[in-house]
Ligand binder design. Structure first.
Ligand SMILES: Nc1nc2c(c(=O)[nH]1)N[C@H]1C(S)=C(S)[C@@H](COP(=O)(O)O)O[C@H]1N2
Ligand SMILES: [Mo]
Length: 420
């Protein structure tokens, strides 16, 4: 295997991270939320001042549902954001919804290497000239809904409600056909594709944001090297000029500012692959199992989305007019099989009614569901539950999947409201 200097340094860096000298949690703690939270646009230029800021230094913010439910595709001004390293690192090059500057875009390259005989460089300037395809898909943090787990036990990480997601249109060049066309001569021991972005840990030896995907994953067939979001050059803060988009995969798997793709025999040893963003494969109890106990044997990375549905109307604590009430919302899954049913209950799960639902933009995007119900004046609750063609669904009690990282919340959404 030929390893050039740059690849060698990257690999060395990855190996260095195995020492886990600094936990990602420790980084989050070091940049704990300020007492007085600055407004979203003062952290990331162009964001709506209505965004809920979870962590100013890391630029972590979510969309209030009242804003999220309005547009068909989520505009950049209200799209949630998540970073692992301070937003002002390297002089704040990314802290804006404007695209990356023309020179940086023109000169951006990605190195494809690892277990290949002929490493190759991909230029954004060349990608832009190739045939582009669209992928309409949900982008969602694996921590979306984490705060609901806190009813059982607190976990580290931001207290996301349901606004750590958006419904987006990405555009770019299909990844796997492109890699094939490069004639890299991939080693037979390569089982993973490993991606890295331009951002680096703020402390030497810190865990880098590196992600590995099984080469056999069905969603990889639909992955693209994206250059556009919602019809425009990708905003700098959302990973422009080039981002790896794997539709149906949780946000952390969609590496921003892509600089490296490596064919590897194993998952990246970076703590952000090995300790963060993993789900135990069996139920675990608070206090008895921590993120430090996660291993490749007892956990899986947060790859594809769990089946999920959310109520957009009414919103929690809203007062609506009776007797006919239009219940509405969205549902989605990992896109491998379609959703077959989205049901609502207005009697706390005793009975369920089918909703009308449709996937207007393909397998990875939001399905919109609705159901009209007759309700008497007074307090009410609506629950919603989606099921897919493989029978995968949502736990009635979402706390069933409590885990120390607070990932993968997909419990039945329960919204209390009042009929006037
Ligand atoms: N390079 C890089 N890519 C990244 C991250 C990061 O910190 N650095 N964060 C990931 C996480 S955890 C999420 S949820 C999504 C957030 O995407 P967004 O901020 O564009 O909504 O980006 C992912 N890709
Ligand atoms: Mo995330």
């Amino acid at each position: 295997m030929h390893v050039d200097r740059r690849t060698f340094l990257k690999l060395a860096g990855m190996a260095g991270a195995t020492g886990l000298a600094r936990w990602p949690d420790a980084i989050s703690l070091a940049y704990a939320a300020d007492a007085e939270t600055p407004s979203a646009p003062s952290i990331i230029a162009g964001k709506s001042s209505q965004m809920i800021v979870h962590n100013a230094k890391l630029g972590v913010m979510e969309t209030p549902l009242a804003l999220l439910r309005e547009p068909h595709f989520t505009p950049k001004e209200i799209l949630y954001n998540r970073l692992h390293f301070p937003v002002d690192a390297d002089g704040g090059w990314a802290a804006t919804t404007a695209p990356m500057d023309a020179k940086t875009t023109e000169e951006w390259t990605m190195l494809v290497s690892g277990l290949v005989q002929r490493p190759k460089t991909i230029r954004v300037a060349d990608l832009a000239k190739m045939e582009q395809v669209k992928r309409t898909s949900v982008m969602q943090c694996a921590g979306n809904g984490r705060s609901y787990y806190w009813a059982k036990a607190k976990t580290p990480g931001s207290g996301w409600k349901h606004g750590g997601m958006g419904n987006l249109v990405w555009e770019g060049v299909p990844l796997m056909p492109l890699l094939k066309s490069l004639e890299l001569s991939v080693d037979e021991h390569a089982h993973y594709l490993t991606a890295n972005g331009k951002d680096v840990p703020p402390v030497p030896g810190g865990a880098d944001m590196i992600k590995s995907y099984k080469l056999t994953a069905p969603q990889l067939d639909d992955a693209i090297l994206a250059l556009k979001l919602n019809g425009e050059a990708i905003p700098a803060i959302h990973g422009g000029p080039v981002r790896l988009i794997i539709p149906g995969y949780y946000g952390n798997m969609n590496v921003k500012w892509l600089t490296d793709l490596l064919y590897t025999a194993e998952e990246s040893p970076s703590a952000i692959m090995q300790k963060t963003y993993r789900m135990p494969i069996r139920p675990v109890e608070p206090g008895k199992f921590t993120t430090q106990d996660l291993t490749q044997q007892n956990s899986t990375p947060t790859y594809g989305f769990a089946v999920m549905s959310v109520v957009f109307s009414p919103l929690a604590n809203e007062t609506v007019r009776g007797g006919a009430v239009d219940l509405k919302g969205v549902a989605w899954n990992d896109g491998v099989v379609p959703l077959t049913s989205v049901r609502v209950s207005v009697d706390q799960g005793k009975s369920w009614q089918e909703t009308e639902f449709a996937a207007p933009d393909g397998p990875y995007a939001w399905y919109h569901w609705q159901r009209r119900v007759e309700l008497d004046p007074g307090p009410h609750e609506v629950w919603v539950r989606a099921i897919d063609a493989w029978g995968r669904s949502q736990p009635i009690d979402g706390l069933a999947t409590w885990n120390p990282g607070g990932w993968d919340w997909h419990g039945v959404d329960r919204v209390a409201f009042t009929v006037a």
